[in-house]
Design a protein around this ligand. Structure first.
Ligand code: NOJ
Length: 561
């Protein structure tokens, strides 16, 4: 059977318009800028773009404070530009996923404005109110240290309103049927305009019982099913990808036992333990989290990532492990955020060490699921710790050695371009790295090409080989295809002995190293002896490239059909 669930073998690239490329000289990236770089992205080998919020918004939280769900912030362009963008993506076989922020609106949204102006307005019940400040109002803040409370007083409304996030982001009342209908309408609108799916913001809070006084959270979970049903009715291949930083045992509820709720979820537990593995050179907790990720429905898929636009959240690691990650990657108080995270980009966290960067990427690309990369990480961009909070890792894309890194001609970029030190745009930029076959950019491009050909990672089943804790070796199988990925997390050169792969002996195919294209010699028992360099890794495929080039007919291997 040809499997054409595109999200099972996609490579997703996340970007925020404001920091990508500015074409009109106002210092803010825009749709024409993004359109101008689609060929670059296609060349890099990504198959889908996750576009961060671009709606009209006061942008007090990077656009996660939406003031009009149906519009485009004029600083980025028009609705027409948006449709040109989706059409241009479609021409290139690139899918578009957009952020869907349904947990809350901006306090400037007309619904909230009407809700506070008129107690009898139908919009009043779109939000969550209390006459008296609830006793737990000063607990459960998502941004501790910056956010003071979860219930704020509106003088105009003469009541307290609930906000899981900042006070300018009032939570919508999902218990109200009209609110649910509004949400579906928004989804339908953007699907009609050419998107293939949504990155759903803050899903645990969207469906949480707190604030809506519902003893039973199940109705909210049912909403996820309704949403999926609706989205797929509108567009058969639409995909919902949830941001939900929750413990592994809760994830099934989000996917739905029958695979009838969300298609994809970011795997936060694996993300956090992967950083612990890098920090401590120890794979045991990562193996445990990988084991805990099994057993999801056939149509469900994990999304794996290294860094995103927020802090690296290590809040769910046991204390000792969290401390090890802080010590290794964010030792200074200034590098840490909200008591649980690190606000740096990947490259500076890893000390700019190319071996560690490649190891981190190799690990992420071979996790069971779909990889998500973040703009700028393909050239190993740095951060600017002088910027407040999460903005440190949101500096403009560095395209060239020209003024402002080629991002804008304005003297006032939306955020400062990094211009000093080893991560300054004169040293780290796309133009330079394109010209250098050994650059991180060209390395990433080669790895993405391989990754897409290895469809068994996204579609198949995995086993973890029994090796010492400084190593992680995973084997994948799918419809006769098999591969193995071996990583050395330590700073020591190490010997590795691998057993033959399942199915190998019967097929008579050799195990081929994909980096060198050489078959690996076997001993008398059919085992392989390898040596891995410090932080080294190797990717192997049964039958090697020959096998791979035949493809398995699934469209995602060559981007969307
Ligand atoms: C999660 C987003 O990733 C984050 O950037 C945002 O601040 C919150 N949700 C609130 O929307």
């Amino acid at each position: 059977m040809i499997e054409d669930r595109w999200y099972k073998n996609a490579v997703i690239y996340s970007l925020s318009l404001d920091s990508f490329l500015d074409t009109d000289g106002d210092g803010i990236g825009d749709f024409p800028g993004l359109n101008a770089r689609l060929d670059y992205l296609q060349g890099l080998g990504i198959t889908a773009i996750w576009l961060m919020p671009f709606h009209p918004s006061p942008r007090r939280d990077h656009g996660y404070d939406v003031a009009d769900y149906y519009g485009v912030d004029p600083r980025f362009g028009s609705l027409g530009d948006f449709v040109e963008f989706t059409a241009a993506c479609s021409q290139r076989g690139i899918r578009v996923m957009m952020d869907l922020v349904l947990n809350h609106t901006s306090d400037q949204h007309p619904w909230f404005q009407q809700a506070i102006a008129d107690k009898n307005s139908k919009y009043r019940d779109y939000y969550i109110w209390a006459d008296k400040k609830p006793e737990d109002a000063d607990t459960g803040m998502v941004f501790p240290g910056v956010q003071k409370t979860t219930w704020s007083y509106s003088r105009r409304a003469q009541a307290y309103y609930y906000h899981k996030f900042f006070e300018f982001q009032p939570d919508l009342n999902i218990a109200n049927a009209q609110v649910q209908d509004e949400m579906l309408k928004i989804v339908g609108f953007w699907l009609e305009l050419g998107v293939s799916g949504f990155r759903m913001d803050a899903v645990p809070f969207l469906i949480a019982a707190d604030g809506i006084n519902a003893a039973d959270p199940d109705p909210a979970f049912h909403f996820l099913r309704r949403l999926r049903d609706f989205a797929q009715w509108k567009k058969g291949d639409a995909v919902l990808l949830a941001e939900a930083n929750i413990p592994p045992q809760d994830c099934l509820k989000y996917f739905g036992d029958a695979g009838d709720r969300l298609h994809m979820m970011f795997n936060f537990p694996v993300n956090q333990t992967l950083f612990y593995a890098l920090a401590a050179g120890e794979s045991r907790p990562l193996k445990e989290k990988l084991e805990a990720s099994r057993g999801i429905p056939e149509t469900a898929q994990w999304a794996h990532f290294l860094r995103n636009h927020d802090e690296l959240d290590i809040g769910r690691l046991p204390d000792e492990q969290r401390q090890a990650v802080f010590d290794a990657f964010g030792p200074e108080p200034d590098m840490q955020l909200y008591g649980r995270g690190i606000r740096r980009r990947l490259a500076p966290m890893l000390g700019g060490d190319r071996r560690k960067l490649e190891l981190a990427y190799s690990l992420m690309l071979t996790m069971p699921g779909t990889p998500v990369i973040r703009y700028g990480d393909e050239i190993a961009m740095g951060d600017d710790l002088d910027l407040p909070e999460r903005q440190a890792a949101r500096t403009p894309m560095q395209w060239s050695g020209e003024r402002n890194g080629g991002f804008t001609s304005s003297d006032q970029p939306v955020r400062p371009v990094i211009d000093q030190g080893p991560y300054g745009y004169r040293k780290i930029n796309v133009a330079m790295q394109r010209a250098d076959p050994d650059s991180f950019l060209n390395w990433t491009e080669r790895m993405l090409r391989l990754r897409k050909e290895l469809t068994e990672i996204g579609r198949g089943s995995f086993s973890i080989l029994d090796l010492p804790d400084h190593l992680l070796a995973m084997c994948y199988e799918h419809q006769g295809r098999a591969s193995v990925f071996v990583h050395n997390l330590s700073d020591r050169r190490t010997d590795v002995c691998l057993d033959p792969l399942p199915g190998e002996c019967e097929s008579g195919r050799a195990l081929v190293c994909l980096q060198t294209n050489h078959a690996v010699p076997q001993d008398e028992e059919g085992r392989y002896d390898l040596v891995l360099e410090p932080y080294g890794f190797r990717w192997f495929r049964l039958g090697g490239l020959e096998d791979m080039l035949q493809g398995d007919g699934s469209p995602a291997a060559t981007a969307a059909a």
